[in-house]
Design a protein around this ligand. Structure first.
Ligand code: 3H9
Length: 703
């Protein structure tokens, strides 16, 4: 019987040991809760069993409900494990290693005692997938550790390490021994006769803290207002904890269940679940086994200490790795290192980094003065000026000095990887590692594959990304690679709508309302308008049909380069980053529109949103169609982690599916008729639309 395979029960020394064995993470898939209940009943009925232990086989305790089951129709269980645990007459010890998350921790909370190994982590991360703990967690945790601490854990969804879990009172003991089962059986023997059984549901002392501090719930709502903008789940989490304080346990559980049901099939929960699985899918590359043996990377170098180079060096330092940094001049190096120091100091000032941690990280970044000093490194990332000739010179030099087998990566954001690789005698060891700005913050790492890049070169870059906390995504070698290429049409449309009469602040408002932290024009000002100005110049020089964007060009020519010059699409007061609409910009817009003979008109917010995002949806389809991205869902992951696309909307393609592929296609075709070639629909989009298929499911051939 599958239940027997998923949950085992055996007796050792008078202790019934229930072992959940559902790899990879012991999720509570169908059969597991039933198996736990059957084992509990077995133990309850056996007079030889004095106490029981609940634990997980493999690398974890229980990582929670099986997320794949959410959104599917399923019958309410006849009995819940939590209730059976509560009603038992014999003590039960949860023995935690790996992760006890969501329903996993909720089961542990329904046990009478909890012990954990030092490396264990516990948490209620449901909010991160748009729901709330639905197995009594919002009612038991406040009773155990107090409503404030419980609310903080539930609303943030963070993982709590064993030591902190002990301090908070979530676990009774952290056990050091190597054999958790042995420790747990010994612990269970120690408490086997103790009565009454400590049932968390019956505890009420800590709830009184809310009486002493009745404003805590409102204060929490206020404190998350910015981060949780537009989202439902964090507020439902607070309401559920509030119910723990204001209602008896069983009523509170009903409230929790009602709030849970409101969330489970919400668009936001569906989007967040999709994002969870898309993030796991993105690491899978066909023909590249996840566990293929890879060269060990012991030493790393970065060429260039500019904004990107410095940020990349910080990524390594942040994850405990030393990194050598080479710059062209002592002056540039000093400036770069100062920027790194300033960045860390800002984090210390904000309270997100401890001074002691900064002091450990800084010395990991070692300035070197010559190529010879990095020759022995296993891997080097070039992050010099974005100019093909400069990159080629660096790669020739690297090829000449670096030891055989050393991997050479470029942080180029658009240049042809093959052209760079071609100047070396080891093109198979060359690929792109494209970080997003600020490199030490943004989680996306595009791994750009050249024609000759070897599977090992690609797999090593993917693994390297993971080891420095990035989400690494495979990208083909196409102009702008995947992320920037798919975003470029959105940027173009934002500019063209301005020519037609939309104001930058109107466009930005639509995108902020949609869920972006900032609108595209405010972002442009932050990044500096001169960067895209230079790239437009390059493109215009290379392509006679290139559609120029005279408005931003003129702004730059007027010296309005963004925040750094106090003016760009907006104006800025000295020392203040608040964008303020500027009549001068309006004047430039009207002047250019008049010169171009473009009539001005009004836009609805919906038209603005669709014109921006559909342009990118169409491009993303073309990218997948050309095999330059493996999956539409990879593009979504890139937008989430490279551009701050609101996570609760799943991603660009998931969002488009909410409108429907046919409706998206029809609109694109209409705009194709009206605006011409730049809106030519992707063939793949047309094919999916004709079948009424899902855009998020499209994949490159062979994937
Ligand atoms: C919940 O519990 C609701 C309750 O309140 C009760 C309601 C009634 N389900 O991440 P990894 C898969 S909600 C299904 O690469 P890691 C994952 O897709 C749940 N599948 O490993 C992947 O599959 P594949 C609350 C799951 O070591 C494989 O396992 N819990 C689940 O880097 C390995 O995953 C959570 O939200 C799941 N729950 O990280 C925890 N979890 O190999 C979600 C994992 O096919 N999970 N998989 O791609 C995690 O945060 C991480 O997986 C974890 C391990 C930290 C556990």
């Amino acid at each position: 019987m599958s239940e027997q395979a998923l949950v085992r029960f055996d007796v050792e020394d008078g202790i019934g040991v229930i072992t959940v064995d559902n790899p990879p993470v012991n999720a509570l898939s169908p059969g597991v809760p039933e198996g736990i209940i059957a084992a509990l009943e077995h133990g309850e009925a056996d007079p030889g069993v004095k106490a029981m232990v609940l634990m997980g086989a493999g690398r974890s305790f229980i990582a929670g409900a099986d997320i794949r089951q959410f959104g599917k129709p399923r019958a309410a269980p006849a009995r819940r494990t939590y209730d059976v645990l509560d009603q038992g007459s014999k003590p039960i010890v949860a023995a935690i290693h790996g992760f006890a998350l969501g329903g996993g921790l909720e089961n542990a909370l329904a046990c009478h005692y909890r012990i954990a190994v030092p490396s264990a982590k516990v948490g209620l991360p449901e909010v991160l997938i748009g729901i709330l703990p639905g197995g009594g967690g919002t009612q038991r945790l406040p009773r155990l550790i107090g409503p404030k601490a419980a609310m903080e854990m539930i609303v943030s969804g963070r993982h709590v390490a064993a030591a902190e879990a002990k301090t908070l009172g979530i676990v009774d003991e952290v056990v050091e021994g190597k054999d958790l089962r042995k420790e747990a059986v010994a612990y269970a023997r120690g408490i086997a006769e103790r009565r009454p059984l400590p049932r968390v549901r019956d505890m009420s002392e800590r709830l009184a803290e809310a009486k002493a501090d009745p404003g805590m719930f409102e204060a929490m709502r206020k404190s998350i207002a910015r981060k949780a903008r537009n989202q439902i789940a964090p507020y439902h989490c607070i309401a559920a904890v509030e119910a723990a304080v204001s209602e008896p346990f069983d009523e509170g559980v009903k409230t929790e269940r009602r709030l849970f049901a409101e969330l489970e099939n919400s668009d936001q929960a569906r989007g967040l679940r999709y994002a969870f699985f898309a993030e796991r899918e993105v690491s899978k590359i066909p023909d590249l086994p996840k566990d293929a043996p890879l060269p060990e990377i012991k030493s790393v170098a970065v060429i260039g200490a500019g904004t990107m180079g410095g940020g990349i060096a910080m990524c390594f330092a942040d994850f405990g790795m030393s990194v050598k940094v080479l710059e062209a001049s002592a002056e540039a190096m000093a400036k770069g290192l100062q920027r790194v120091r300033d960045n860390y100091a800002t984090s210390v000032k904000r309270g997100s980094l401890k001074q002691g941690e900064m002091d450990k990280r800084l010395p990991r970044i070692q300035a070197v003065e010559s190529y010879e000093a990095i020759a022995d490194c296993d891997l080097v990332i070039e992050a010099v000026f974005e100019e093909m000739e400069v990159k080629k010179q660096v790669f020739e030099r690297l090829d000449a000095v670096m030891k055989p087998g050393a991997l050479l990566y470029t942080n180029s954001s658009a240049l042809d990887i093959d052209a760079i690789a071609a100047v070396t005698r080891r093109p198979e060891l060359v690929a792109g590692t494209h970080f997003f700005s600020p490199a030490n913050v943004m989680k996306l790492l595009e791994v750009v594959v050249g024609k000759k890049s070897s599977p090992t070169t690609i797999a090593t870059a993917m693994k390297l990304g993971r080891s420095i906390g990035k989400i690494a995504a495979w990208a083909g070698n196409t102009d702008g690679f995947v992320a920037n290429r798919s975003r470029a049409p959105m940027v173009t449309e934002s500019n063209l709508m301005i020519e037609e009469g939309a104001a930058p602040e109107d466009v930005d408002k639509v995108m902020v309302d949609f869920g972006y932290p900032m609108g595209p024009f405010a972002v442009g000002d932050l990044a500096g308008l001169d960067i895209s100005y230079a790239s437009r110049r390059r493109r215009a020089a290379a392509d006679p049909n290139y559609r120029k964007l005279p408005i931003p060009d003129r702004l730059v020519e007027l010296g309005r380069k963004g925040q750094k010059t106090g003016a760009g699409w907006y104006r800025y007061e000295p020392g203040d980053r608040t964008p303020r609409p500027d009549p001068e910009v309006k004047r430039v817009i009207q002047e250019v529109a008049k010169e171009m003979g473009i009539a001005q008109r009004a836009f609805t917010p919906e038209e603005i949103l669709r014109r921006l995002l559909f342009a990118s949806v169409n491009e993303a389809c073309k990218i997948v169609e050309e095999g330059k991205a493996l999956r539409a869902s990879d593009v979504d992951v890139m937008w989430l982690h490279g551009f701050g696309f609101p996570r609760y909307r799943g991603g660009l393609m998931f969002w488009a599916d909410q409108i429907g592929s046919k409706a998206v296609y029809d609109q694109i075709e209409t705009w194709h008729q009206r605006y011409g070639a730049r809106w030519r629909p992707s063939n793949l989009l047309r094919a999916v639309a004709q079948k009424g298929g899902q855009l998020r499911e499209i994949k490159a051939a062979g994937v």
